[in-house]
Design a protein around this ligand. Structure first.
Ligand code: UT7
Length: 345
């Protein structure tokens, strides 16, 4: 029998509970054939090695905040209330190096002078954001938090780098979290987080920061682009998501067989298959939309939740295991029983 440890103790700190969800994909798409027309790659290679067929990209002039506002608005509609106390934007592609993107998003959403800040944990940003939002709610600094993952990854992709250009794409997803109890549907379980700065070189944008600016040397051409050591990142992604997922399951008192849906960062279909095999969660209990979204960084998990809730793939009561991994390195995992929420339009 399942040993469920999500019991509410009177007087305990409030838990973060999902109250709304929304996603936004920009309308323009790039197919594998479009990429093959300008790069030494092919539809067959991309499908076989990544599972991606098509991806959405922001039109010229569209920035991360534009996608974040669209997704955030939908999540607020889904939650049925425009009131929040804090806005967190998880992104590695902010509109500007400074200030953060979140205050602009909060203002454009008409949320007033609420707390607003960005969170940089690359593709792990949304799961890190769940941890931070849970902390804000548990510490009673906020009762309601809008957490958005939003990226214009195409702004940091070197169009000539085929291993990166085929993977990354644009989009945004958001959830509203409210104060509740740990035993109710939608309550976010303990968020297991980790990092490994010794492997920061594996996925990095090296230019544009204080390290380069104070080096006394001119900027390195191409330093503004995301560089990736794909094979090593692949291995690390599987290992770190597996380990953090096991810790999150253990904390919830769940076994792999209790999981109705594995909601992992959509990095590569082969990473998802390897993770599923490690965790003993077969393909039919994994959620995926990478075939038509590509890797949307910090947006991938909330986008997938919004899409799956909209199609009915995700139903109230489903026990979900969420896990993500990105550059830093940074990773995390948590559990969640899906609540009765309908994505906002
Ligand atoms: O969001 C979190 C961070 N990102 C990830 O998690 C992504 C992790 N990594 C990956 O998804 C994969 O490593 C890639 C899709 C990037 C690459 O797949 P792979 O199976 O690991 O290929 P590889 O890097 O080992 O390269 C195999 C071959 C190489 O050619 P040689 O050296 O064997 O001649 C590459 O140059 O495939 C070549 N290659 C390509 N060929 C056609 C690399 N990219 C492409 C391409 N089209 N787009």
């Amino acid at each position: 029998m399942r040993d469920d440890r999500r019991r509410h103790r009177p007087g305990a700190a409030p838990a973060a509970v999902v109250a709304g969800v929304g996603g936004h994909l920009p309308p323009d798409v790039v197919t594998n054939d479009d990429l093959s027309a300008r790069l030494d790659t092919s539809d067959d290679w991309i499908r076989a090695r990544t599972g991606i067929s098509v991806r959405h990209v922001a039109s010229p002039g569209t920035a991360t905040s534009d996608l974040a506002v669209a997704a955030g608005r939908r999540a607020l509609r889904s939650a049925g209330s425009p009131r929040v106390d804090a806005v967190l934007v998880a992104t590695m592609t902010p509109d500007h190096p400074s200030p953060a993107t979140a205050p602009e998003v909060a203002t454009r959403l008409g949320l007033g002078d609420v707390a607003a800040f960005d969170l940089g944990a690359m593709c792990a940003g949304f799961v890190y954001g769940l941890g931070v939002a849970s902390g804000l709610i548990a510490g009673r600094a906020a009762e309601r938090v809008l957490l958005i993952g939003a990226e214009v990854m195409t702004s940091v992709v070197d169009p000539q780098d085929r291993s990166v250009a085929v993977l990354f794409a644009d989009g945004a997803g958001a959830v509203v979290l409210r104060a509740g109890t740990p035993d109710e549907p939608g309550a976010v379980g303990r968020v297991v987080l980790g990092s490994d700065g010794a492997r920061g070189e594996l996925l990095k944008i090296s230019g544009g920061g204080s390290r380069e600016r104070r080096s006394g040397r001119p900027p390195v051409p191409g330093g503004e682009y995301l560089r990736m050591r794909g094979r090593e990142i692949f291995r690390q992604a599987v290992e770190r998501m597996t380990d953090s997922s096991r810790a999150a399951l253990e904390d919830a008192g769940w076994k792999s067989g209790d999981v109705d849906g594995l909601v992992a960062h959509q990095a590569n279909a082969r990473i998802l298959a390897a993770l599923g095999a490690e965790l003993d969660i077969p393909a039919e209990r994994q959620l995926s939309n990478i075939a038509h979204t590509g890797n949307t960084g910090a947006a991938s998990i909330p986008l997938l939740l919004a899409e799956a809730a909209g199609t009915g793939r995700l139903a109230p009561g489903h026990r979900l295991l969420l896990t993500s991994f990105g550059g830093g390195l940074a990773w995390g995992a948590t559990t969640l029983v899906w609540p009765d929420v309908t994505p906002g339009h």
